[in-house]
Ligand binder design. Structure first.
Ligand code: AMP
Ligand code: MG
Length: 495
């Protein structure tokens, strides 16, 4: 494959450290790469000139038609529990790790292609990706990033110039993804299942060095590592819950070690608050429903513990006894993060947050919101208006406005009494309660237009979502949910 000059200085620490956990591979070449969207802010973090992304060499490299010095492209191997069932060999079926680069802060980050052709892990798949779903991943990742939620991000989407076959013919694309790493729970499951303990140990050492260096000096690095992953994931899922994000396919291969959100396939934000909300067309049992996410994460973390057992103690029973308290502590960790997030969303200050009425208010909130059919995002956002003295917009969201009055009386009693404090509280609430989220109908509209060649709606939506907490005149339509008579939203995997 042709070498092109590039501003990336690729390293290949994963490939060097972990033979057995990947297949060297190269991308399929594509006929006519063209830049659809490039992430200037991320490029600047990475020290990459944005005009290089659009240059012929940049496009050839990012579309997989050429290779950069130092890049050893590989398809990573991983296993995974998908909807609870174990698949021993998943891996990058249509993706490649090009290598790692150091960002401006000196942090090592993966540069990865998705949609770059079949690999030895492709099974029946065509290895390709359609433009719409790749733009969707771009958009959702940027929205999450702007919301302050750890996430992989897209550097660019490149149209390949070929048509790919789904239910209809669609324009093909490659997504260039940047991640803290692509280590997954499924990577550990794969290494453990092979029975090669030395390899599993090398994977652990690699993950520790990359993500949790402090665990290296612990009495049991494997246990310290496990506790650190549990802590990060407990924080991540609490953040998802706070904004009403539904990942949609929380299989263990889509659960990172770094604590970043990854793989935006069937994800969506919930409109009307309801823990049973499911958007994914394949999630018939509601396994990955909004309200199940914290529990599912614990289930995934149990699979990680199982993979780590041989490194925790030679005696399996002892290893289980040591890992179990950490897994059990997850529930409390999640609760602590979640309760803190809710307190901030409701404007409750530290001096009242642990009071009995404040606890009662938080505990009753989700059932109350579902019963009243309120929009998750607007409910919290409009509360700051109520703190400022205008309750009508929040009240208007309720199926029974009188129910709001009773709830608001209890809530108001917990707010600070002084005018100045209230103003500060309202501003603090606006910094945690977004007004703009990727509303499903807006996302669909933007992706449909993009698939037809009109990128204007995609770009304007991206601009709105880049500043989700800052209310701006003229953008009212972006804060509203789909009209009540809109058809139910559906999302799809593997596109
Ligand atoms: P995902 O649901 O995107 O996390 O993917 C699950 C697995 O299916 C991974 O191993 C992917 O690499 C693989 N996969 C998804 N779509 C394709 C495709 N079009 N061609 C080959 N492999 C795919
Ligand atoms: Mg995946």
């Amino acid at each position: 494959m042709r070498l092109v000059p590039s501003p990336f200085r690729f390293d290949d620490s994963y490939a060097r450290a972990l033979p057995g956990l990947y297949e060297p591979w190269h991308a399929a070449s594509v006929p006519a790469p063209s830049l659809v969207v490039a992430n200037e802010a991320l490029a600047s973090e990475l020290g990459i000139p944005t005009d290089w992304l659009a240059s012929p060499g940049g496009l050839e490299l990012l579309a997989g038609n050429a290779r950069a010095e130092g890049s050893v492209p590989i398809a990573m191997a991983y296993a995974g529990h998908q909807f609870g069932g174990y698949s021993p060999r998943l891996g990058d079926g249509r993706a490649l790790l090009l290598g790692e680069i150091f960002d401006r802060s000196g942090i090592r980050r993966d540069v990865h292609l998705k949609g770059s052709g079949r690999t030895p892990f492709a099974r029946g798949g065509d290895g390709k990706a359609a433009l719409g779903p790749m733009l969707r991943e771009y958009l959702m990742g940027e929205a999450m990033h702007a919301l302050g939620i750890p996430t992989t991000r897209a550097l660019a989407v490149i149209a390949t110039g070929e048509s790919i076959v789904r239910e209809e013919k669609l324009p093909g694309a490659v997504l260039v993804r940047v991640a803290a790493s692509h280590l997954r729970v499924g990577t550990f499951e794969y290494a453990a299942a092979g029975g090669d303990r030395a390899l599993l140990r090398r994977l652990l050492d690699y993950a520790i060095e990359r993500h949790f260096p402090e665990a290296a000096g612990a009495e049991s690095p494997a246990l310290a590592f496990y506790a650190a992953v549990v802590a990060r994931q407990a924080e991540l899922v609490a953040r998802w819950m706070a904004v009403g994000f539904i990942h949609g396919v929380m299989n263990t291969d889509n659960t990172t070690i770094s604590g970043e959100t990854i793989d935006y396939g069937p994800c969506a934000f919930m409109d009307r608050h309801d823990p049973r909300t499911v958007f994914s067309s394949i999630d018939h049992g509601g396994r990955y429903a909004f309200g199940n996410q914290p529990g599912i994460l614990q289930w995934n973390l149990a699979r990680l513990a199982e993979a780590l057992l041989p490194l925790i103690d030679e005696d399996e029973a002892r290893a289980v006894a040591r890992a179990t308290p950490i897994l059990e502590a997850y529930a409390e960790r999640f609760q602590t993060n979640w309760q803190a997030a809710l307190a901030a969303k409701l404007g409750l200050s530290p001096d009242v947050v642990d009071s009995a009425p404040a606890k009662a208010l938080r505990e009753g909130l989700s059932p109350f919101m579902s019963e009243q059919r309120v929009d998750h995002t607007l409910f919290f956002r409009r509360l700051s208006g109520a703190v400022r003295g205008d309750e009508a917009p929040a009240r208007a969201l309720f199926a029974e406005p009188k129910a709001f009055d009773a709830w608001a009386e209890d809530w108001r009693a917990l707010l600070p009494p002084g005018r100045e404090e209230r103003t500060a509280t309202a501003s603090a609430m606006d910094r945690v309660n977004p007004i703009y989220i990727p509303r499903n109908h807006r996302v669909e509209e933007a992706l449909e237009a993009a698939t037809r060649g009109d990128l204007a709606p995609f770009r304007s939506l991206l601009g709105v979502l880049a500043r989700p907490f800052e209310e701006r005149p003229g953008l009212e339509a972006f804060s509203e949910p789909a009209p009540p008579d809109a058809p139910p939203h559906r999302t799809y995997c593997g596109t």
